[in-house]
Unconditional design. Structure first.
Ligand code: BG6
Length: 514
C-alpha cells in the first residue's frame, strides 16, 4: 500500500453505524499506524443523533479496540489520530443543514496549510445516496479547490432502472472518475492476487482456458443468518446482496483477459468485457440455470437456530432467497463451453469464500488414467477467512509401484503477518486517497451486472421458479446438485477444520472417481 502525500478531510456519513464501527474506523487506524496517512488529516463523522465530540471519540476508540486487527498503541500517534476526529449531527435530507458541516470541514482545512482535498464516504441507507450527493453540492461542500471523491457503499440501485436514476443524480454533483463504488470483495488480498497469479505465471496462463479447464466453482458461504438486517435483506435477498456484486466481481477476475497496460481503465475494460460476454438468461430459462433457496430451522454448531421466516422483522410468508446457486457461461473464445458454478448462502456449515478451478482429466486411453480412478487437478484459491491457495496434483505413493495419491501444494498468504493481512477496507480507502479506482466498480460494470440479474429477479417475482427450503447448517437445497451433475461434476468441499486439507472426495489419500 502507498503512503499518502496529501492532506485531506474525510467526511464520513453514517459515522455511528455498524460498518463504521466494525470496518471503517479500524481501517483508518490501521492506515495511520502503518504510517500511510498524511499527518495533516481529519475525519468529520456525520450522524443523526446528537453527540458531543468527546463521546464520539470515545465510541471510535471502543470500536477500534473491539474490531481492529491491530491493538491500539497509546502515544503521540494515537493522540494525533483521535484528535483528528470531529462529529456533526445533521439531518442529511435537508440541504440547509449542510452549512454546519461545511463550517467544521472548512475549520479543519484552515489548519492544513489551506489544502482542501475532500473524501466523502456514504455508509448510509442506499435510498439516501442520491440525496446526500446532491445536498453536498447544494451545501457548497463540493466546490473546493483540491480534489473531491465520493465513496459509495453498495447496493447501487435495486435494478437497472433505479441504478440508472441514481447514477444520473450523482453525476450532477460528481464526475464518473470522482465516484468510487465500493465492492469490498475487490479489496480482498486474494481477489487482487488472482490477476498476479494468472498473469505472472507461465505455468497457469497457457492452460487458463476451455481447452484445459473443465469447470470453475465459486463459493461464498456464510454461517450467519440475517441477524438484525431484515429491513434491508428482505428487499435484497442473496441475489442482490451477493451475486450482483461480489460473485460477479470474482467471476470477472477469473475470466478477464490480460490488460494491455497495467492501468486502471485498461484493467476495468477487460473486466467489463467479461460481463458483456456473460450469457444472460431469459425469464423462461432461469429455472434451468439458477436455483434459489431459503433456510428453515436447523442446527449450527449443535445449537438450534431459527428458520428465516421466524427471524425478527421477517415476514412470516417471506419469499426472500437466502441462497442462490447458478450455472453461468462466459461466451467468448477463451471460455466458451466452460460452466461456472456459483453459490452463496446464509446459515451454511462453514464461512468460506473460495474459487476452485477444476482442470480436465488426462486422456482416457492413457495408461496413467488408471481406468478413470484418479481425480482431476484442482487449484483452490482461498479468499476468506483463510487466504492462500492449494494446487492438488497426482503423484505416486512412495513405496508402491503405481498407486496414485493426491498431493497438495499449499501457500498461505497471511500466516506470517502480525494481525493478519490488511483488511479490504484498508486497501480500498488507501486506493481512494490516491485516486486509484482500479478496484472500484465502474458504472458500465454496475449496469451490465443489473442487466444479468434483473431477468432472474423477474422470473422469481413471477414465481416461475420454486423457492427451495434448506435446513440451516446444510450446504443449501439438494435441487442445486442437478446443475452440476449434468456436467458430470460436483461441488468440491474444503475440509471443515483446515482450509488446506483435501477436498472430501480425496480424503483417503487416493483419488477416487466421483
Ligand atoms: C456484504 C453483504 O456485502 O458481504 C453481507 O451485504 C455479507 O450480507 C457480506 O454477509 C460478506 O462479506 P465477507 O467479507 O464477510 O465475506
Amino acid at each position: 500500500m502507498r503512503e499518502s502525500k496529501q492532506p485531506f478531510v474525510m467526511v464520513l456519513f453514517g459515522a455511528t453505524g455498524d460498518l463504521a464501527k466494525r470496518k471503517l474506523f479500524p481501517a483508518l487506524y490501521a492506515l495511520v499506524r502503518d504510517g500511510l496517512i498524511h499527518e495533516q488529516f481529519a475525519v468529520v463523522g456525520v450522524g443523526r443523533s446528537e453527540m458531543d465530540t468527546a463521546d464520539f471519540r470515545q465510541m471510535v476508540q471502543e470500536a477500534i479496540r473491539e474490531n481492529s486487527r491491530l491493538s491500539i498503541q497509546e502515544g503521540q500517534q494515537w493522540q494525533n489520530f483521535i484528535n483528528s476526529i470531529d462529529y456533526v449531527a445533521i439531518d442529511v435530507t435537508k440541504s440547509d443543514t449542510y452549512g454546519k458541516l461545511k463550517t467544521v470541514v472548512d475549520g479543519r482545512e484552515k489548519l492544513m496549510d489551506g489544502s482542501s482535498n475532500r473524501l466523502f464516504y456514504l455508509s448510509l441507507a442506499p435510498e439516501l445516496f442520491g440525496t446526500v450527493a446532491t445536498n453536498l453540492r447544494l451545501g457548497g461542500l463540493t466546490q473546493n479547490q483540491g480534489w473531491k471523491r465520493l465513496i459509495i457503499e453498495k447496493p447501487f440501485g435495486k435494478d437497472l432502472e433505479s441504478a440508472q436514476a441514481l447514477n444520473e443524480v450523482i453525476s450532477q454533483s460528481f464526475k464518473e472518475e470522482e465516484v468510487y463504488r465500493i465492492d469490498h470483495y475487490l479489496g480482498k488480498e486474494m481477489v487482487q492476487n488472482i490477476e498476479i497469479l494468472r498473469f505472472t505465471n507461465m505455468l497457469f496462463e497457457p492452460v487458463w482456458n476451455n481447452r484445459y479447464i473443465d469447470n470453475v466453482q465459486i463459493t461464498a458461504s456464510e454461517t450467519l443468518g440475517v441477524e438484525d438486517r431484515a429491513s434491508y435483506y428482505e428487499h435484497s435477498g442473496a441475489l442482490r446482496d451477493m451475486v450482483q456484486n461480489h460473485m460477479l466481481q470474482m467471476l470477472m477476475m477469473v475470466c478477464m483477459e490480460p490488460p494491455s497496460k497495467f492501468e486502471t481503465e485498461a484493467i476495468r475494460d477487460e473486466k467489463v468485457k467479461v460481463l458483456r460476454s456473460l450469457r444472460r438468461y431469459g425469464e423462461d430459462e432461469v429455472s434451468q440455470y439458477v436455483v434459489r433457496g431459503q433456510y428453515s430451522a436447523g442446527q449450527m454448531k449443535n445449537q438450534p437456530v431459527l428458520g428465516y421466516r421466524d427471524e425478527p422483522n421477517v415476514a412470516p410468508d417471506s419469499d426472500t432467497e437466502t441462497f442462490v446457486a447458478a450455472k453461468l457461461f462466459v461466451n467468448n473464445f477463451r471460455w466458451s463451453g466452460v460452466p461456472f458454478f456459483i453459490r452463496t448462502g446464509k446459515r451454511m456449515p462453514k464461512k468460506t469464500t473460495e474459487i476452485v478451478i477444476q482442470f480436465k482429466e488426462v486422456p482416457t486411453l492413457n495408461n496413467f488414467h488408471h481406468g478413470g480412478n484418479i481425480g482431476p487437478n484442482l487449484l483452490v484459491i482461498n479468499i476468506n477467512p483463510s487466504e492462500g491457495m492449494t494446487l492438488y496434483l497426482n503423484a505416486k505413493k512412495p513405496g508402491t509401484d503405481d498407486e496414485v495419491v493426491t498431493i497438495a501444494m499449499d501457500f498461505c498468504n497471511n500466516c506470517e503477518i502480525e494481525g493478519g493481512s490488511p483488511e479490504a477496507y484498508e486497501r480500498l480507502i488507501n486506493d481512494a486517497i490516491h485516486g486509484d479506482s482500479t478496484f472500484f466498480t465502474r458504472w458500465d460494470e454496475v449496469s451490465l451486472a443489473w442487466k444479468f440479474v434483473d431477468p432472474i429477479r423477474r422470473a422469481w417475482d413471477k414465481n416461475l421458479v420454486p423457492l427451495h427450503e434448506y435446513q440451516a447448517g446444510t450446504w443449501g437445497p439438494k435441487a442445486v446438485n442437478y446443475l452440476l451433475s449434468e456436467d458430470n461434476t460436483q461441488w468440491w468441499y474444503v475440509n471443515e477444520k483446515e482450509a488446506f486439507t483435501l477436498p472430501a472426495q480425496m480424503q483417503d489419500g487416493v483419488f477416487s472417481r466421483r
